[in-house]
Design a protein around this ligand. Structure first.
Ligand code: PEP
Length: 250
């Protein structure tokens, strides 16, 4: 299936103007690997300035409000983020599901609002360590995906990121077999909901992906790229991940 690899950095609450040099350097790496779609989901404060220096990378946001506008002090609408220069946004990251108590319904609503503002969307799902240890990971994450999936989900604006919560920022990752099993299960779940459209939808792996493990992860059949936190913060760390994705394309 001709799914273009998608590799996206999630800078979380990191990045001041000084880090724009890394944005520019990552943009140059992206331009050198056109077979891979590369992006950086940045703090909203950097989006405008980063857009001017993004090179071959797209700039994205890390969240948006589910409403189009209104009395939501401190929040940002999808239209604001798009106007600032974002072309994608993450929704449903586990840190927001935990810290801001976002529900599956919130996540689906955010995805729809983002699409209406012209943003592409990365929708995150993933299990806790307790769920993994209980042997319920595929069932729980599949259910979470179905409950978070917005109406009209389609491959030209939506990608899924499977991110085991216990692998985020810990240096631990599941076995390659476990990643393959999960991604195949999520593809099957998508097929059951949206039919053939699911064959074109990218399913990213996220959780301690780095230059040492990216090649092996990217080689898995249903792994269509990565959502990368810590290893995306500098061009030196992110470039090998992008190169691994390009190598997996062949
Ligand atoms: C993330 O938070 O999306 C993530 C994958 O982080 P890390 O790569 O640092 O585990």
């Amino acid at each position: 299936m001709g799914r273009r690899k998608l590799v996206v950095g999630n800078w979380k609450m990191n990045g001041l103007l000084a880090q724009l040099d890394d944005v520019e350097a990552i943009g140059s790496v992206a331009a050198a690997h056109p077979a891979v779609e590369v992006g950086l989901c940045l703090p909203a404060t950097l989006i405008g300035a980063a857009d001017a220096r993004r090179g071959g990378a797209f700039i994205g946001a890390q969240d948006c409000h589910q409403n189009g506008n209104g009395a939501h002090t401190g929040c940002l609408s999808a239209a604001m983020l798009a106007q600032a220069g974002a072309s994608w946004t993450i929704v449903g990251h586990s840190e927001r599901r935990q810290d801001q108590a976002e529900t599956d319904a919130d996540v689906a609503a955010k995805a729809l609002t983002a699409k209406a503002a012209g943003l592409n969307v990365i929708l995150c799902v993933g299990e806790s360590l307790d769920v993994r240890d209980a042997g319920d990971a595929e069932a729980v994450v599949s259910a979470q995906l179905l409950a978070s999936l917005p109406q009209g989900a389609a491959a030209d604006w939506l990608a899924i990121a499977y991110e085991p919560i216990w692998a985020i920022g810990t240096g631990r990752i599941p076995t390659m077999e476990a990643v393959a099993t999960m991604h195949a299960a999520l593809r099957a779940e998508l097929v059951s909901r949206i039919g053939d459209e699911a064959q074109g939808m990218r399913i990213l792996y996220g959780g301690s992906m780095n230059g040492d493990n990216a090649a092996e992860l990217m080689a898995i059949a249903d792994v269509d790229g990565g959502l990368v936190g810590g290893a995306s913060l500098t061009a030196a760390k992110f470039a090998p991940v992008i190169a691994a994705a390009a190598a997996a394309v062949g």
